[in-house]
Each structure stands twice: as structure tokens, then as C-alpha cells.
Design a protein around this ligand. Sequence first.
Ligand code: ADP
Ligand code: ASP
Ligand code: MG
Length: 422
Amino acid sequence: MALIVHKYGGTSMGSTERIRNVAKRVAKWARAGHRMVVVPSAMSGETNRLLGLAKELLPDAHDPAAQRELDMIASTGEQVSVGLLALALQAEGQPAVSYAGWQVPVKTNSAYTKARIESIDDARINADLDAGRVVIITGFQGIDSLGHITTLGRGGSDTSAVAVAAAIKADECLIYTDVDGVYTTDPRVVPEARRLQTISFEEMLEMASLGSKVLQIRSVEFAGKYRVPLRVLSSFTPWDIDLAEEAKSGTLITFEEDEKMEKAVVSGIAFNRDEAKVTILGVPDKPGIAYQILGAVAEANIDVDVIIQNVSHDGRTDFSFTVPRADYKRVMELLETKVQPELGASKVMGDAKICKVSIVGIGMKSHVGVAAKMFRALSEDGINIQMISTSEIKTSVVIDEKYMELAVRALHRAFDLDAPSA
Ligand code: ADP
Ligand code: ASP
Ligand code: MG
């Protein structure tokens, strides 16, 4: 008997029929003697629909008062899901009870729309488990110290599930989704992508932070911090497949580097089109300039990713960086109305049609020439690189968005990641 957390994504919860299937699967695990906690997302499309309604009434909901309301609205999708799943389990004859984040409670900070979990009380969960009930907890939401409902950022149910698993010291957290594991790249973009049996925690962290939305980055951080055994697997296998087989399927996130992993220099390709590039031209090249530009951006609570400062000419230089695409308009406004006049810069330019493509692999630590191979593969397809950033186990390039799929496929091939053709 083990203590297990299952997480089901939006597609897996997409209709009452699918919810019934989830219930049958969970009931199978409970019947096998496991103590079960389930964290579902909203039904597919629901969070977008809710946020779309909000946008009709207030297109730019940036201040905290408006963002509080966004969370009030978006969190309801998950509340519907948990109730439906509890009913479906009861219909299977399996006692089950659902809780919203505030009822557990799942305590977060007050950063509405991107709150961080601070603590989860396990008392209520344990009491229900002891009473033989499956406990179903909303993904994506929590409550702050003032009693306001918060949400954890898009894809946040993954984080809810892993955080619950850490809080109750679960034996394993299983992330059920619409693909059967973590692939070398998004299989919807590269059909030749291969499923990985295991991926190291470090690599998964990079893949998630570089745009592979199969797991939200914070869920991987939690798994690392609390050593939660984590597996990504399909919710579309027949619910009645052998439990032992199901428990071994998908991709396991591992904390040790095994020999096999060391052989692959590059394990995966990640990409992200949710960024935009801005450039501020002709700023004086003197100490404190980067701080003056980026300090103002940070004050507006906008994250900065890749940064480039050019060599200077006649005491002036150009400075470029990328920001989340959702913040593009705000950052342009800030640069044009505040930073440009303050610094006497000559011009502000922006491009929202860029993307970032990254290669990730632990093997990069011990191999040279990996970045060069990446740049060659891109040049052979005539793809111009606008920005580059590297760390120990990844190299990222910023390129024109229209070449994204071409670049991902070219790199997948260049690093021998394509599945052998049948
Ligand atoms: P859920 O609703 O279950 O949380 P998501 O849509 O958030 O599902 O995440 C699953 C999706 O992640 C897949 O359908 C796939 O298109 C995408 N994805 C991106 N990169 C990868 C990858 N490397 N491996 C597997 N899936 C990936
Ligand atoms: N429903 C939320 C979203 O669509 C959370 C999640 O699916 O993980 O982002
Ligand atoms: Mg998701």
C-alpha cells in the first residue's frame, strides 16, 4: 500500500465521459489498497474561456486589484472539476470528497495570477484518507494570508499536485496528461520525437523553464526541493490496464545521472514563442546603464530573460533584451516614456514575433563544440540568430518566430534525436 498523488490535466478532464474514465482509473488504484489524492485541472478550454470573459470587460488587468479578480474568476474552473470527479467516484462506489484550495488550505503569497505556494496543511487530507476516502483537491489555486483566492500561473495544477505530494510525503506523484511521457521535443511539432524513459531532474528543470509546457517549471522545482518521485504518463490508456504496468509507464524524472544519460550530449529541444524582444538604441556607454534600464523594468514587475549589450561606438551602445510577450506593450511604453528620455537614448525598437529555441543536455557539461554544431545546423537552413544565451547544460538562440518549427526539426535531426524510421 502506498500514498499516491494523481494529477489529471485539462484534456484528461475534458468531458463527463473522460471524467468518468479518470474516476474508474483512480478507483482501480484505491481498490488495490493505495491511499489516493487526486489533483485535477479545469476541463480543457475552461480557463481560457473564463479569462476571455474577463478580458472582454477589462483588457489590461495589470494592477493588483484587477488581478485579484482574475484569480477569483479563473479559479472556478478547477472547483467544477473537483466536484464532478468526486461525484464520478461516488458513482463508482468509491467514497470521495473534494476540496477547494482555501479549504485545505493551500496557502500562497499574494502575487495574484502567479502566486507561490508557501504551505499546505495535511491534517484534513490525512483524516479523509484515514476514513477511506479519495481526496480530490483543486489544482492551480490557493489562498493568501488575507483570505483572497490566488492562482499559480498557467499550467499551475502540476505545481499543486507536486506540492501536495511533498506536503503529505507521498510515495509518488503521477502526472497524467495527453501524451505518454516526456519526449525529446514536443511531439506535436516533431512527429519523430522520441519518448524518454527517464530524464534527469536537472534536464527537466531546463526543459520546463525553456518552454516545454508538459510540466510547469515550479512543479519541477518542488519535486527537486522535496525529492518527490515524479512520473509523466498518459491518461488515454484504457483505465483497466494492469496497474503494475501502468505504474511503470511514461517518463520518470530521476535524481541520479545514469550512464545512459551521460551518452546523450543533447537530450531534448525546447522552444518558446511567448517572448518578445526590445532594443534601446544609442544609450550612453557608462557604468550604471544596464541597471537604469533593467531596474525600471524590474520595478514594473516584468521578467527579463536574454540580454545583449553591443560594443560601443562613439561612447554609445545598443541594449536588447527579451520579456514575456504578454508584457511587450507595457515594456515598450515604459522604455519610450521613461527610460528613453531619462537616458537620452536615440530610439526604442521592438519585435514581438521572435521565439527562443534551446538545446538541453547534461552531456553538454563534458563536451565541447555543441553550441557550434547547433549554429551550423541553423545556418544550413538559412536561419539567422539574433541572440544567444548559454548555461552549463543548455544553449538558447532567439530567432524569427516564422522559423521556429524548421529550427526545432533541424536541431532534432542534427543531434540524432529523431526516432529511427520504421
Ligand atoms: P495538461 O493539460 O495535461 O497539463 P499540457 O497541455 O499542459 O497538458 O501539457 C502537455 C503537452 O505538452 C503535450 O500535449 C505536448 O504538446 C506538450 N509538450 C511540449 N514539450 C513536450 C515534451 N518535450 N514532451 C512531451 N510533451 C511536450
Ligand atoms: N487550468 C489551469 C490552466 O489552464 C491550470 C492547469 O491546467 O494546470 O492553466
Ligand atoms: Mg499542463
